[in-house]
Ligand binder design. Structure first.
Ligand SMILES: *[C@@H]1O[C@H](CO)[C@@H](O)[C@H](O)[C@H]1NC(C)=O
Ligand SMILES: *[C@@H]1O[C@H](CO)[C@@H](O)[C@H](O)[C@H]1NC(C)=O
Ligand SMILES: *[C@@H]1O[C@H](CO)[C@@H](O)[C@H](O)[C@H]1NC(C)=O
Ligand SMILES: *[C@@H]1O[C@H](CO)[C@@H](O)[C@H](O)[C@H]1NC(C)=O
Ligand SMILES: *[C@@H]1O[C@H](CO)[C@@H](O)[C@H](O)[C@H]1NC(C)=O
Ligand SMILES: *[C@@H]1O[C@H](CO)[C@@H](O)[C@H](O)[C@H]1NC(C)=O
Ligand SMILES: *[C@@H]1O[C@H](CO)[C@@H](O)[C@H](O)[C@H]1NC(C)=O
Length: 512
């Protein structure tokens, strides 16, 4: 035996084993968990909601940096999720509207996405819940339990099922760093697809007859007269009942987050995993989802890092975008973004420096948004820039009525507005349907004096300089992100053939 042990091969094996061990120890220290709520997620204690009970999210927020000014780049599910996963706006990655059914939108096949980039860097990727993006080759997760081969209710709302899938993913990911995307379907509406479970599927799995059981869920019922009604939702019984159902599913989401975090802890990964909580778009209420007003684009967001302890339970007012998530994750995994991203410019920035220090001056910051469609019939392209002080929206299809989607249309909140408007009764809403449908080409708001965005300053002579400055920053971003709509609606973009090296907006002479 001694003779054998001194053989060079044996020393070689021992040596490489030791080296490998040191290397894996460094490598396995960087995992990430991205938790995304569906259509909302602000209704939690960390964002000063005093009624909806969310102890797990509140605990996570206490250990995180809380973002007060985080925004999606588009208030629509598939486009937003494609932007989250690619770091590019929907006009650049091709996901112009919803992915499912007749809508049929997809990103470009060759778009760079987190699952592609991370895979190349030997990081195992998993998705549990709502995927809602395609094509498959653009988003190749190693582990996928999604609506593509499961019931969305099971993978997106059954928190016991989600817990077991999380356990399965973590258990099958022992040798590599991982990225896990848990995409809850709560608190999305469901009255239009599964009316038997209630407006928000709040009865699914609650143990009542025919509803089934979700073993780990303690359903919480909310009184409609106690909920907090946001300023942009009418303060009516119909809307309040809608909100109370939404709260029940937010509390289910919260308990689901608690279970997922417990699995992470049991697997020994609470100390090496970056945890990000956010949502895809605004709530499915009037002036919310599909709008670029703050009520449609503001997102909850907090980031827990095991390596950044300084700013836990602090708030940042720096402007951030869901377009920042790809750069943030590349930074976390220490992936050189110039090597990986050769095809697409990322206009976002890593958010990790904010976990160390608040920038001294945030006054020059801006976030951008770009909406094209939601459902296939809802062509209403808009572009937006938001600074700390101002918001400029360009309604490219301003000649047309603002479109309404089918699940929001059927909601009691909207039906109530519609019924009362038809009957010439007060709606209790801060807008009329007419001014909601009919929008001017440019909307400019002073968010300091008019946070609910109702006084349009576009066209006011004393605001001309501000408008021009914002417009030029917006067009600059559209150029950088290769926006096909950059010349719309008063000109045609010519950028091929003779104009390849000198693209031009050519006038349509349609301004009258
Ligand atoms: C869904 O597909 C994945 C592979 O992408 C597979 O591992 C999983 O078992 C499938 N789930 C179901 C319920 O078929
Ligand atoms: C993983 O699953 C196997 C059996 O499927 C079990 O024996 C093992 O304890 C699990 N490991 C972890 C870390 O959960
Ligand atoms: C939720 O998932 C668990 C585990 O898969 C299952 O036993 C239970 O029946 C599911 N509940 C519903 C309402 O489908
Ligand atoms: C995390 O904790 C586990 C067990 O408590 C320990 O083995 C591991 O080294 C820790 N990892 C880091 C990155 O601190
Ligand atoms: C990233 O890659 C580029 C191109 O190869 C290189 O110039 C740069 O120094 C790298 N940056 C880091 C931090 O390694
Ligand atoms: C709106 O009116 C329709 C038709 O009269 C009625 O069926 C519905 O219940 C009303 N909805 C609300 C929320 O008032
Ligand atoms: C565009 O520029 C490239 C490189 O500068 C040149 O080779 C090409 O001929 C130019 N194309 C046109 C249409 O001018």
């Amino acid at each position: 035996m001694w003779k054998l042990a001194s053989h060079w091969l044996c020393w070689f094996l021992i040596f490489t084993y030791v080296v490998k061990d040191v290397k894996t120890e460094f490598k396995t220290k960087r995992n990430a968990l991205l938790i995304v709520a569906d259509d909302g997620g602000f209704e939690i204690g960390a964002y000063r909601n005093k009624i909806c009970q969310t102890p797990n999210l509140d605990d996570l927020a206490k250990n995180s940096l809380i973002f007060n000014k985080a925004f999606t780049s588009v208030s629509s599910c598939s486009p937003s999720r494609s932007a989250i996963l690619t770091g590019t706006p929907s006009h650049q990655n091709g996901m112009y509207g919803l992915h499912q059914g007749v809508n049929h939108f997809d990103s470009f096949n060759n778009v760079e996405s987190l699952p592609k980039i991370l895979k190349k860097n030997n990081i195992r990727t998993g998705i549990i819940g709502k995927k809602h993006v395609g094509p498959a080759e653009a988003y190749p997760f190693d582990y996928a339990q999604t609506e593509e081969n499961n019931s969305i209710l099971q993978v997106g709302r059954n928190i016991t099922h989600i817990k077991l899938l999380t356990r399965e993913f973590l258990n099958s990911t022992l040798d590599k760093p991982f990225f896990l995307y848990v995409a809850f379907h709560d608190p999305h509406r469901c009255g239009h697809t599964n009316p038997e479970y209630g407006q928000f599927c709040e009865k699914f799995g609650n143990g009542e007859e025919g509803m089934g059981v979700i073993q780990d869920w303690q359903p919480i019922d909310y009184q409609w007269d106690e909920v907090q009604v946001p300023y942009y939702v009418p303060n009516t019984e119909a809307a309040r009942r809608d909100i109370s159902a939404q709260y029940t599913t937010i509390s289910r989401l919260d308990q689901g987050v608690g279970l997922v975090l417990k699995e992470l802890e049991n697997a020994g990964h609470l100390n090496d995993t970056l945890i990000i909580y956010s949502s895809d778009n605004g709530i499915p209420f009037p002036n919310g989802r599909t709008n670029l007003y703050d009520s449609g684009i503001a997102e909850p967001m907090f980031i827990f890092s095991p390596l950044h302890k300084k700013r836990r339970n602090q708030v940042t007012n720096s402007l951030s975008s869901l377009l920042d998530l790809v750069p943030t994750l590349l930074d976390w995994y220490e992936i050189n973004k110039t090597v990986i991203i050769t095809k697409q410019i990322l206009t976002g920035k890593s958010l990790l420096p904010l976990l160390v220090k608040e920038p001294a001056d945030t006054s020059k910051e801006a976030v951008f948004a770009s909406h094209n469609l939601h459902e296939i019939t809802m062509y209403y392209p808009m572009r937006m820039i938001r600074t700390q002080r101002y918001k400029l929206i360009h309604n490219i299809n301003y000649g047309s009525s603002f479109p309404i989607d089918q699940d929001f249309y059927l909601s009691p909140t909207f039906q109530d507005i519609l019924n009362k408007t038809k009957a010439n009764q007060p709606t209790g809403w801060f807008k009329t349907l007419k001014n909601y449908y009919e929008r001017p080409e440019w909307e400019l708001y002073d968010l300091k004096h008019d946070p609910s965005e109702v006084i349009n300053l576009a066209g006011k002579p004393n605001m001309e300089d501000t408008l021009q400055e914002l417009k030029s920053r917006l067009i600059d971003w559209q150029g950088k992100t290769e926006d096909p709509w950059i010349c719309a609606p008063h000109a045609v973009l010519e950028d091929k053939g003779y104009y390849k090296n000198n693209s031009l907006c050519m006038d349509l002479d349609n301004l009258w």
